[in-house]
Design a protein. Structure first.
Length: 231
């Protein structure tokens, strides 16, 4: 995986992603969402990841979104449900592109150099991002172990499945605390100090590709704002 998005400065992606998310939340016209979809397709082809990787990384969130929208269909009209579903899917896909094309250490450096936040806050944020895939793997392992013991996680009455899923929370929480303790010990052994200034072997700098990315983002934002005014 060696796409153009992966070679962008992490600050570029950290600046552009919130802009996209905010615009998607305020888009009210299908034409605006269609323009955002085109922008996503361009970003996807520049990311270097496959459609299978994209769907595999977002499948749990997509299932949750689908279930939520099916329930909301009872009270809300179909057009609103479809628009909301479209928005949430776009936000999910853009977030996956960001996480798949940006290393955790690059996110830390981007936060530290691109935003007025402390070293400790940047480290806490990146650790939280690093823990999310780990929690997903831990959950899959606990789920497989529970199913092998006869837990009704895949089929059976809904209330029974919810009850069996609830029993996984305590062991998942215990494993999470264990990983957090191990990480804290490793950082102590390496004499990590959030108050000390850190250096980087390859300093971050905006290249031509970053300037092009900002220009494309400007065109996208201008197009969305124009649609908001005209439509």
């Amino acid at each position: 995986m060696n796409g153009v998005l992966r070679r962008l400065d992490p600050r570029t992606k950290l600046y552009i992603l919130p802009i996209i998310v905010i615009l998607v939340l305020f888009e009210k016209s299908p034409f605006q969402l269609l323009l955002t979809t085109v922008f996503f397709v361009v970003a996807f082809f520049l990311s270097g990841i496959t459609i299978l990787q994209l769907l595999r990384s977002s499948r749990h969130v997509l299932i949750l979104i689908l279930i939520t929208e099916l329930f909301s269909w009872i009270w809300v009209d179909t057009v609103t449900v479809l628009m909301t579903f479209w928005r949430l899917v776009l936000i999910t896909f853009f977030s996956v592109l960001f996480s798949k094309t940006t290393e955790v250490r690059d996110i830390l450096d981007g936060l530290r150099q691109g935003f007025p936040i402390t070293e400790g806050a940047a480290m806490s944020f990146t650790i939280a991002l690093d823990f999310l895939p780990q929690l997903g793997r831990e959950m899959e392992e606990l789920k497989a172990a529970a199913v092998s013991r006869g837990a009704a996680l895949e089929d059976g009455p809904v209330m029974e499945r919810i009850r069996d899923y609830t029993t996984l929370i305590i062991p998942l929480f215990r494993r999470t605390i264990g990983h957090a303790g191990t990480l804290a010990d490793a950082m102590d052994l390496r004499a990590y100090d959030a108050g000390k200034k850190r250096t980087r072997m390859e300093p971050l700098r905006f290249e031509t590709a970053d300037k092009i990315a900002f220009f494309l983002c400007f065109l996208y934002v201008a197009g969305i704002i124009t649609m908001m005014i005209v439509l």
